[in-house]
Every structure is written in structure tokens, then in C-alpha cells.
Design a protein around this ligand. Structure first.
Ligand code: TXA
Ligand code: MG
Length: 325
């Protein structure tokens, strides 16, 4: 696989039915032509992802929403007018330009206009929708640099567009607007507060409004065991996890670590603000895996702004170790 910033080359790969990894402001995506069943099948194969897990279709800023979705409610138009380009995915009824293969056969589709300049250059030059999950193997930690993508996917991706480190660092927020009220399927890069200011209170995905496969189970998990706790509970969690031969790391904001210098753990500092935590989180989990750390005790941030998404990813990384079928 090669890496660079050659948009023409990336477009040629997509037109040939191949796969291009590309940067977005959230995480890197593994992209294929959303209108081609063969390209979409390749994405599922490379990711090792169950076919029933739908993919997000990425669009250029100039794309016409009604080409990709049908029965678009007014609230969706209001929301994307403010949120796009940006870290928000909306679920709408699927339009005819989307291959049913991309949505796992569902009659809905996830759509997003990313803000990263290279992603936009690619989407404009390609001229169609690009179906893309995060560019990691199924269940693992999403990549926030081109080097992460290369390490995860190697030659299974035909070209990697290298746009540097992702600004936001966690995946897009997913809001389902195909139901009778807006439902938050996944907290992410656009804070809930900003969305609710436009659409009103978001319902939670629950038994009455179940999330799609892949939005609830264990996911975003590094090799190390992750234990997510409130900051005050970190010392007790380290004590509980301590065993001979087990390497423990504490992942917490820089300011919190000062009080824990004597803990028998490798202290890994994240920025003190929740935006900085989101930006640094996935690289931190990868660093700790590379160091061979066995257990990561992670301090949960307050659930405000991007803190909700950071807490969500830490809890999922800590979740049941089995993967979904
Ligand atoms: O920030 C992001 O969203 C990144 C970048 C590359 O855009 N993409 C990403 O894709 O995180 P992925 O495939 O790793 O996660 C997409 C999630 C999945 O959990 C999937 O179940 C959900 O979106 N999803 C996609 N289409 C859906 C649909 N029609 N209905 C419900 N959920 C859907
Ligand atoms: Mg993913």
C-alpha cells in the first residue's frame, strides 16, 4: 500500500472498485464507491465486519441530500444546515443512489459531510458517495493517523491519503432522524448540547428504539484490558488490579495524575480539557498496547461536550470482551 496526498490517484482507485483510506476530522475512514456492491463487499471483507452492520456514506458539501435520502424531514434539513461539514452522521430513509449492500440491507442510510479538506477534495473529485467505516479491523481502536491505518490494514488498502492527525479524534455523533423523534445512536464529535439546541431533546437508543448493530456492543477496544472508573476510584482500581507480572497503566488528565505519583502504575497523561482528551485518546490506547501494558485504568471525564463521547468509548473499550457475532 502507498501513502500520500495524490487525489487523482485516490479517485482512480475508487473508480476501479478499490479501497482508499482517507482522513476525516474525526477518524480515518476506509472508503469505497457507495454505489457499487463489489466495492462495498471489499470493505466488509477487509474490516472483518458482519454484513448487517451498515456503513456511513460520505458526501461532498455540494451534494444534494435528496439524491441520497428520501422523505427527508424538515428537522434533518435544519440540523445538517448547521452541522455540516462536521462530525455528525444522520440516519435517514435510504435513497436510490446508495447500494443496499452499504446499509446491510436496511432501508435507512447514515450520511455525513466531513470537514477535513482532503476528504472534501476527494469527495468533490470523485463526485459520488463514499461508503466508509473507520479504517481499523472490526472491534479495534479507530485510527487517527495514516500510520495507524497502515499498521492496521497494511496491503489490504490500495491507497492511503495522508492528512496528518485527526482534529476531533473520536467518531461522529450519530442521530437517527428516520423515526418519529430524534434518537442519539452514538455520542461523538458533535456535542449533544449543540444538537439539542437545534432539534430539541434527543431520545436515547433503548429497547423501545434499538440502535443498529455495532452501536451498543463491545467495540473500540485495545488489546489491553480497560477498566473505566470515576477519577476518585482510580487508586482503588489500581490496588485491585495489581498482581505480580501484570503491568498497569493509569490514563487520566494531566492535572489528576499529579496526586497519583506513588501508584504502582505507568501514568499516561491526557490533556485536561475534554476536546484534548478526545483528540489524544485513541493514540494513547495504541501507545499503551505497543508498550505491552496489560491493564489500563482510565479515569472517566465529566459527560459534558466531547466528554460524553470519551466516556462512551472508554466504557465500550471496557465492555464485554466478546465481540458481536
Ligand atoms: O466519524 C465517523 O463516523 C467515522 C468516519 C470515517 O466518518 N466513521 C465511522 O464508521 O465511525 P463506523 O462504520 O466505524 O461506524 C458507523 C456506525 C456503525 O456503528 C453503524 O452501525 C452505524 O454507524 N450506522 C451506519 N448506518 C446506519 C443506519 N442506517 N442505521 C443505524 N446505524 C447506522
Ligand atoms: Mg468503527
Amino acid at each position: 500500500m502507498e501513502r500520500g496526498t495524490d487525489i487523482a490517484r485516490a479517485v482512480a482507485v475508487l473508480r476501479g472498485g478499490g479501497l482508499v483510506a482517507f482522513p476525516t476530522e474525526t477518524v480515518y475512514g476506509l472508503g469505497g464507491d457507495a454505489s457499487r456492491a463489489d466495492a462495498v463487499a471489499k470493505i466488509f471483507a477487509v474490516k472483518g465486519r458482519p454484513r448487517a452492520h451498515p456503513l456511513i456514506v460520505h458526501l461532498a458539501p455540494e451534494a444534494v441530500l435528496d439524491d441520497w435520502a428520501i422523505d427527508v424531514p424538515e428537522v434533518a434539513r435544519k440540523l445538517v444546515a448547521v452541522a455540516w461539514p462536521g462530525p455528525l452522521t444522520v440516519i435517514l430513509k435510504r435513497g436510490p443512489r446508495v447500494s443496499p449492500a452499504a446499509t446491510g440491507g436496511a432501508d435507512t442510510v447514515g450520511l455525513r459531510v466531513p470537514a477535513h479538506p482532503l476528504a472534501q477534495a476527494l469527495l468533490r473529485a470523485f463526485g459520488g458517495g463514499i461508503a466508509a467505516p473507520s479504517a481499523n479491523r472490526f472491534g479495534g481502536v479507530s485510527p487517527t493517523t495514516a500510520a495507524h491505518v497502515a499498521a492496521d490494514l497494511g496491503d489490504d488498502v490500495d491507497y492511503i491519503l495522508d492528512g496528518g492527525a485527526c482534529e476531533v479524534g473520536v467518531e461522529s455523533t450519530i442521530v437517527d432522524l428516520s423515526r418519529d423523534r430524534p434518537v442519539l445512536l452514538r455520542p461523538g464529535g458533535m456535542p449533544r448540547e449543540a444538537i439539542e439546541a437545534i432539534v430539541g431533546p434527543l431520545a436515547r437508543a433503548d429497547a423501545a428504539a434499538p440502535a443498529a448493530p455495532g452501536t451498543l456492543a463491545s467495540h473500540y477496544a485495545p488489546r489491553a484490558e480497560v477498566i473505566a472508573v470515576e477519577p476518585a476510584d482510580v487508586p482503588a482500581a489500581v490496588a485491585t488490579a495489581a498482581r505480580p507480572g501484570v503491568t498497569i497503566a493509569v490514563l487520566a488528565p494531566h492535572a489528576a495524575l499529579a496526586g497519583w505519583a506513588t501508584l504502582p502504575a505507568r501514568l499516561y497523561a491526557l490533556p485536561d480539557d475534554v476536546d484534548g482528551m478526545a483528540r489524544a485518546l485513541y493514540a494513547a490506547l495504541r501507545d499503551l498496547d505497543a508498550e505491552g501494558v496489560d491493564v489500563v485504568i482510565a479515569a472517566l471525564p465529566p459527560a459534558v461536550g466531547l466528554g460524553e463521547a470519551v466516556g462512551d468509548r472508554l466504557r465500550r473499550a471496557a465492555g464485554p470482551r466478546e465481540r458481536e457475532p
